[in-house]
Design a protein. Structure first.
Length: 272
């Protein structure tokens, strides 16, 4: 059983909604990433999503684009990100980690080598933003050989046939993009999110995490009422950006915001 499944099973048994924060590996410099991951766990994160820097992050809004640019200024590579996961695992063997990134670095490394090294480092799942399900079987096979989950995005515009294909191929959890557009954009319509999550659950028992548009404790709590997981990225990365010149303040600032979300989510009582 994967760490992701173990964590979601435990949360379900406890009547709690998962909180999944995203940060970009190496932002604003590589030495800050592992301490930041630990700080987010201490603030209430259940699962960590770690962005792999890429030069053309087409799904990202300006906040995360800039974070990737800051990381790439330090030449942070996929292998260095795996090294960060290994260092995190020296203190934390339980918290699941999902890598979120783009296909190009994985293809360059090779699916088999990537899966082997990711599993050895302590990665639990992979979300490849630009990997369509129609082309994912080879990567799925490589990941499954090492008990790694491949997590897919489902968008508001995903049609029923494609959504069925995604639910059949994905594992770990499914990531529903609550807004049209890039990360950090738009207005959160919780009623439409509720309807889409219900439609997804007609096809699968996999947990559904909802991201994009979660900015504060209030929006996190609203999503917690309709999904098994709340994913927050740009709001946290903004805290990193705001403290680039005083990096010692990054972890406390991110942890403070994440803590307010954790408390708000827990206060909903998880009606799912």
């Amino acid at each position: 059983m994967s760490r992701l499944q173990t964590r979601f099973d435990a949360l379900r048994a406890a009547g709690r909604t998962a909180l999944i924060p995203y940060v970009t590996a190496g932002d604003p410099a590589p030495e800050h990433t592992v301490p930041l991951l630990h700080a987010m766990v201490e603030a209430g994160a259940d699962i960590l999503e770690l962005g792999v820097p890429f030069s053309d992050p087409m799904a990202e809004g300006p906040v995360i684009q800039k974070a990737m640019e800051r990381a790439l200024e330090h030449d942070v590579t996929l292998d260095e990100v795996l090294g960060m996961v290994r260092r995190f695992r020296e203190r934390d063997a339980e918290t699941p980690i999902v890598l979120m990134g783009y296909l190009n670095p994985v293809e360059i490394k090779g699916y088999a080598a990537f899966a082997r090294d990711a599993a050895a480092a302590g990665v639990d799942g992979v979300l490849v933003v630009d990997m369509p399900p129609e082309e994912a079987e080879e990567l799925v096979a490589a990941l499954r050989e090492h008990d790694l989950d491949l997590i897919f995005l489902i968008a508001p515009t995903t049609d029923p046939a494609r959504m069925r294909a995604i639910t059949e191929l994905g594992s770990g959890f499914l990531y529903y993009v609550s807004l049209k557009g890039v990360t950090g954009a738009g207005h959160l319509d919780v009623d439409s999110v509720r309807d889409k999550v219900a439609a997804i659950h007609e096809l699968t028992e996999l947990p559904v995490g909802v991201g994009f548009g979660i900015r504060d404790a209030e929006s996190a709590a609203r999503i917690a009422r309709v999904a098994e997981a709340v994913v927050v990225g740009s709001a946290l990365v903004k805290q990193v950006e705001a403290n680039v010149t005083a990096p010692e303040r990054i972890a406390p600032a991110v942890a403070e915001l994440l803590g307010t979300m954790r408390r708000a989510i827990d206060a909903t009582g998880n009606p799912n």
